[in-house]
Design a protein around this ligand. Structure first.
Ligand code: NAD
Ligand code: WQD
Length: 336
């Protein structure tokens, strides 16, 4: 059985759908601080069978030991964490506690249960402002915010752990910008409050929940002046987890650090145009000042994941926009 901490969240649900379809048994574990039980019910509708889900907190030794006692776990995919960059600046202790301390409690429980395979949700955020793009995994690591520092600290903890316990198999996955949804429109991204991220903001404008998009910066040194990112379809990302899990289950007893991105950069205005095409909805927008802390442009080098995992992102920006719109159109209030 595969344990997915944070499994009721956006990427966890999509990954669970892909893993179950591939024949894996999974157990989800989540405290529902940023997700809803309805998401798990939707996952069950997709896969056509019950999916075990345990409510608990990764920071609780009691919860974690109970989980490993009750289930025979062969590997863990560790999604549980807080991810809002702005909030991490105002609540740093909460972010270090939840992300870093929570991971320590999980790893100690894994030690006691003799589970030595883990796939960890890191982020392209560990690179901060890169010297150039595409960014290879060997680029300098200098995260520019508290959230990114929690991810780098966890990477360091896992590298140190492997130094002391070389029989562990550890995959550190640095995601770029996950967007889109399962093609059936039953699950998707459902942020609390006004979205911080571009795609959910765009879909909420399209569905009439928000009036207009603010494009943060029109004077970047990019082809159209708006910021450039490596958007990756969440189903491609989910398949990247499947490939990483299969790697870990082969017991390579190594640390593998890979980017999960497409290797392509698109601007904010590229995404808006692609979304309008895919949805047939006009997205009113206004170009405003740059957002503090934003990097002008970056995208990942996706070649190592292809070499090491045999995985490559297949879906286009149009697919991402179509599926994000399909989810939002069918669920205008998300999982509410
Ligand atoms: P999400 O918030 O939808 O999912 C995270 C899940 O973890 C939520 O369901 C939340 O309730 C749960 N959780 C949080 N703290 C917990 C705790 N202490 N105990 C138990 N459960 C807890 O986010 P997501 O987009 O699915 O991201 C999953 C992981 O991927 C996170 O670690 C995030 O930092 C990382 N990541 C996300 C992105 C992105 O843009 N979405 C990019 C890079 C990395
Ligand atoms: C994308 C582009 C914005 C909103 C963040 C985290 C990163 C990762 C993914 C977790 C930028 C522009 C956005 C809006 C806009 N998460 N934008 N108007 O900042 O690239 O990455 O999420 O690990 O670590 O930092 O994503 O979606 O916020 O922004 O113009 O209302 O869209 O300026 O160019 P970002 P984003």
């Amino acid at each position: 059985m595969i344990l997915l901490t944070g499994g009721a969240g956006y990427i966890g649900l999509h990954t669970a759908a892909v893993l179950i379809a591939a024949g894996h048994d999974v157990v989800l574990f989540d405290n529902f601080s940023n997700s809803k039980p309805l998401g798990v019910q939707r996952l069950e509708a997709i896969v056509g069978r019950p999916v075990p889900c345990v409510q608990g907190d990764v920071r609780s030794r009691q919860d974690m030991d109970g989980l490993f006692d009750q289930h025979t776990i062969s590997a863990v995919i560790h999604f549980a964490g807080l991810k809002a960059v702005g909030e991490s600046a105002t609540q740093p202790l909460h972010y270090y506690d939840n992300n870093v301390a929570g991971t320590l409690v999980l790893l100690e429980a894994m030690m006691r249960a003799e589970v030595r395979r883990i796939v960890f949700s890191s982020s392209a955020c560990v690179y901060g402002e890169p010297d150039s793009s595409p960014i290879p995994e060997t680029a300098a690591l200098r995260p520019a915010n508290t959230y990114g520092r929690t991810k780098l600290m966890i990477e360091d903890i896992l590298r140190d752990l492997h130094g002391a316990a070389p029989d562990w198999s550890i995959a550190l996955l640095r995601y770029f910008n996950p967007v889109g949804a399962h093609p059936g429109g039953l699950i998707g991204e459902d942020p609390n409050g006004i979205p911080n991220n571009l795609m959910p903001f765009v879909t909420q404008v399209a569905v009439g929940r928000l009036a207009e998009l603010q494009v943060f910066g029109g004077d970047y040194p990019t082809p159209d002046g708006s910021g450039v990112r490596d958007y990756i379809h969440v189903m491609d990302l989910a398949e990247g987890h499947q490939a990483s899990l299969d790697w870990a289950l082969r017991d390579p007893q190594q640390v593998l650090t890979v980017n999960l991105g497409t290797g392509c950069g698109y601007s904010v205005l590229d995404l808006v145009r692609a979304f309008e095409q895919a949805s047939g909805q006009a997205i009113p927008y206004r170009i405003v000042a740059r957002r503090a802390g934003d990097v002008p442009a970056y995208w990942g080098d996706a070649s190592l994941a292809r070499q090491r995992l045999g995985w490559t992102a297949r879906r286009t920006l149009e697919d991402m926009c179509r599926d994000a719109w399909n989810w939002q159109r069918k669920n205008p209030q998300g999982f509410a």
